[in-house]
Design a protein around this ligand. Sequence first.
Ligand code: SF4
Ligand code: SF4
Length: 152
Amino acid sequence: MTEELPQPFWRTKSLSDMTASEWEQLCDGCGRCCLLKLEDEDTGEIYLTRLACRLLDLGSCRCRNYPCRHELVDDCLSIDPATVDKLSWLPATCGYRRIADGRGLAWWHPLVSGDPNTVHQAGISVRGWARPETEAKVAELERYIVEDFDDE
Ligand code: SF4
Ligand code: SF4
């Protein structure tokens, strides 16, 4: 007789049932949500840029002051179970969006691979191509617009 192994929390729990620690672990560390977006005032359309928030560490792709991010960056938005579906710019690769959509986590997610580097090795994170927002002049922001991610 074989005993069934317990399933990991992200396979059994909904987003709203997760503990604070489980919620934080769902973030794969890609840094994609920390890229600046431009909104067309006439159409409301949102364009993604390769410019990263000034607090994003472009090597680790993690926030350099996560506990104080809302005090330091006015437009840093919280992601929670109620907002996941409303944030249209949240990439399809995002761990929160994947669980909300019932797609599970991909092989490169650190929770699945057991290795925080796989999100970089798979080319999911912004490492290597994001630029610091401080390098762009306001009048030139449109030059940094990139295609939306289509790898999921
Ligand atoms: S897009 Fe999602 S998984 Fe990636 S850093 Fe942002 S919250 Fe985490
Ligand atoms: S403050 Fe931190 S979490 Fe918020 S957008 Fe900037 S880098 Fe990302």
